[in-house]
Design a protein around this ligand. Structure first.
Ligand code: 0L1
Ligand code: MG
Length: 263
């Protein structure tokens, strides 16, 4: 049976409260096993509306589970899409407070900013490349609200794809000066290399994640507006962090992004 508008609003509050009050919950499909894909995005949209109503602006869009390493790590085979808010942004080289998070992990992401709107259906890599204003690197700090990161894809979509914090760094570059498929990324924690990958790890080309996002939004009657900051998804598996950890990610041709995790 379809979820009522009241249930969608309740589930949005339940998941957002878990985020804001820093506690975990069990996956929502335990109670609502028949929840549809569309309803899981409706819950995510309701979380976005709650944040915007409080003045917490949506400042970007994200694709998640776009690399084979991440799909394998989480046991899924399709990407998902979410958003990031102003309250989630942290400065490059700054501190990330563990007390505000449940069980964070870091992901290195190749990001773009658009100069033209993108709308599916039929959006493809060529259309995305023509719409890119510039490319910029970031690290996403994901923090599933689900106990022990145990969830299914519908539950994680409702939970805004575990979005929690993000750090933009490096320097913006013209897409024509880069090969996003071979662009190398090295993620270090406390001076030790944890993972390495190239851009092609993201669906063969990071722009493919943006095309999928435009097609997904198009099916929901939405589009990617010009001027959007878009995170194309972690190139490697996500790496768990703890208080005291220093994370540095070097992106070929784009510079580096760093942060320190503090209590
Ligand atoms: O950004 C991501 O790839 C996260 C997707 C949601 C699944 C997870 O929490 O790892
Ligand atoms: Mg991510």
């Amino acid at each position: 049976m379809a979820l009522s508008a009241a249930t969608i609003a309740e589930l949005a509050q339940h998941l957002e409260d878990a985020q804001l009050q820093v506690h975990d919950v069990v996956k929502i499909t335990d109670a609502y096993p028949d929840m549809s894909w569309s309803e899981s995005y409706d819950i995510q949209d309701a979380i976005r509306s709650r944040k915007e109503a409080r003045g917490d602006k949506t400042v970007g869009l994200k694709a998640g589970l776009t690399s084979f390493a991440k799909m394998k790590q989480m046991g899924v085979d399709v990407p998902c899409f979410g958003f990031v808010s102003a309250s989630m942004a942290r400065p490059d080289g700054g501190d990330i407070r563990m007390s505000e998070l449940i069980h964070p992990k870091v992901e290195a992401e190749i990001c773009i900013v658009t100069k033209a709107p993108l709308r599916g259906p039929g959006c493809h890599v060529g259309a995305v490349l023509a719409a890119i204003d510039y490319v910029i690197p970031a690290v996403e700090i994901i923090d599933s609200r689900y106990r022990d990161f145990k969830f299914d894809l519908k539950s994680v979509i409702a939970d805004n794809t575990s979005a929690a914090r993000f750090v933009i760094g490096g320097r913006p570059r013209d897409v024509d000066e880069l090969d996003l498929r071979t662009l190398g990324v090295v993620l270090e924690k406390n001076g030790q290399i944890q993972s390495m990958a190239a851009g092609a790890a993201v669906l063969g080309h990071p722009a493919a994640a943006v095309a999928m996002m435009a097609n997904h939004l198009g099916a929901r009657g939405q589009e990617i507006p010009a001027g959007s900051f878009i995170m194309t998804g972690g190139v490697t598996e996500a790496i768990a962090v703890a208080a005291g950890d220093n994370v540095l990610v070097r992106f070929q041709d784009l510079g580096s992004v760093s942060m320190r995790f503090v209590p």
